[in-house]
Design a protein around this ligand. Sequence first.
Ligand SMILES: [Zn+2]
Ligand SMILES: [Zn+2]
Length: 757
Amino acid sequence: MKIRERIIIKGIVQGVGFRPFIHKLVKNYNLSGWVLNSNQGVEIEVEGKEEELNSFVADVRGKLPPLARIEEIEVNQLALVGYKGFSIKKSVAKEENSFVLVSPDISICKDCLQELFNHQNRRYHYPFINCTNCGPRFTIIKDIPYDRKKTTMRVFKMCPQCQSEYDNLEDRRYHAQPNACADCGPEVFLYQQKRKLAIVDPITEAIRLLKDGQIGAIKGLGGFHLACDATNNKAVLKLRHLKNREAKPFALMSLNIEKINQYCEIGKEEKEWLEDRARPIVLLKKKKNSLISPFVAPNNDHLGAMLPYTPLHYLLLKDSFLALVMTSGNFRDEPIICNNREALEKLDKVADFFLLYNRDIFNRCDDSVIKIINNHSVFFRRARGYVPHPIILDFKLKEVLALGGELKNTISFAKGRYVFLSQYLGDLKNVETLNTFQESINNLGKIFKVNPQIIACDLHPDYLSTKYAVEIEAKKGIKIVKVQHHHAHIVSCMAENNIKEKVIGVAYDGTGYGNDGNIWGGEFLLCDLKKYSRIGHLKYYALPGGDKAVAQPWRMTYSYLYSIYGKKAQDLKIDFNQRLDYNKLSIIEKMIDRKINSPLTSSCGRLFDAVSSLIGIRDEVSYEGQAAMEMESLCASEIEEGYGFDIYKENGEFIIDPERIFKEIISDLKKGVNIEIIAAKFHNTIADFTVNLCGKIRKNTNLNKVALSGGVFQNRYSTERIISLLEKDGFQVYIQRKVPPNDGGISLGQAVVAGNK
Ligand SMILES: [Zn+2]
Ligand SMILES: [Zn+2]
């Protein structure tokens, strides 16, 4: 029997070759009707036999074009009308406030890569080759619907040949909005000393300059990279010096897996992620004695590597380098620079030459960074290749704008079941990032068509994001919901795992404002999506100097030692006391005694810092998390023991007291135990007290689900151990896979808490 069905498909279904796909698919069946783009996504009406219709719908799901992503399919049966043939109908007008999902930027596909290196092809060596299945998307979009007129490709008029590809349903560039060729599309230029060089082949010249040890500012998809030959010590050191970046690792880019394998270990999951079409930077274990300069990632046993993702990258790398350093073109946590004029001005001090092109980047977007932890990927930074994919919930939220925290800031827009997390924006402490922050609120609000009824922000009164929220409240009368930092962390983890019921939340990070005004960061919360209560935490210690103690871990070490040993701390016969001068330590004592700029903290990050300095790894850091990262790098494997600790109850809260950890480490140091072993024992202890306290909380509450979040869960050694011990103990453990566990993920948690109120 014949029936008619109307099928509405929501998701990433526009600008990804969806209608031609449907048109072709229909030919396999005896079906008639039409397909069109609408404000909901794609609408199809088909008539035919019921069995045929069923297998047609199954094929739609199963044989999707590469960039398409279906979030929902709605099928309704209607009365027969007797369609003849099958057609693509004109798009219907967009309704105000409707929205369709936009694809992230996707690395060049196999077909385009083949054409790029094919002498016969008309786009041979054309650095902006792309098609319906690949190329720039999010970074060039100004507004929706995704259409060339609303992208930065607007200024390029397609030549007749490109236009006919664009119009031809059978062509693999049908409706590819960035479609272009050397005759009509963007061009590459080489600049030196602020002057455009009149040369035929800027890319070959750039390769020559890089081989010569020079530093290039190279325009990528979402912003500029600073690049140099990664095997050239002098070039890498020069880049470090000029970028004023002492130690933070630089990312590398190599032509293929074989090349990366010459300097890093690549496991099965890591290979899959390197080759993923989003092309993230993957953190990999270094191989010893490779040709890569040791200054790329000093004192770190990992390197961040990625494969090329634009045709331009392939042309630069095709037969030239083992690896290029490709670090974000910016200074100290400022946003990545994305426009040509800004690059020429600001990067002038660092770059010897500029490889630019004249297609504008509208939404700046850094490279994404992931690491494999417990056999799955964990985001360190979520940006290019992933944004603007939404996090999809199985419940609905009000329309919310969540402003995130301060470091590694992201913002989120919530609407219905979708939460759109922005790309990584940087540290809101500087003016440049604040401008980007405002720019992103405007740009993303437009793309996602969200009109927030609620603004969510952190509890911290001094965060620029909080101040911004207060300003909006005053100006526009939009209600603010302030969400405690660690509650936001745990809800972020719950949301991406679609958990609604109460959990034990373990939030370990560096800094978050607590509701008692102290600095939290080693927290055990009983949490649901609306509220939380603090059931336990690491014992409070003074943080002498506040932010200064974050940059100088030795201060925190001495805070612990002074609190544990009193005046006798300075007499301990340990290297720490020999290294640091007596006066410095006495000043810390006075600050703590007189409570001068010494807020109390329960931070887990600071505990890692303190131990790192105590055992002589790092007394001062030049980037966040450095002391802990270097300590993790040193951990000896196959150590099972840990140190002692105490957990007791005080005012109804469990307190984890790390005093015995310090005493036993000092005893190990005096015995001359290797710091590799001490580091491992310390990491094991973190896992031990975590599992121990979760056990106590389960006894009291009967809760068996544990959600883990916070920057400390980027530490592979302790995270894997915590998960494994909790699971052994019968807990259901949830960690973050879709958004970063660090502060880059808290805007998601804020949005969910506020959108639920
Ligand atoms: Zn392609
Ligand atoms: Zn053309």
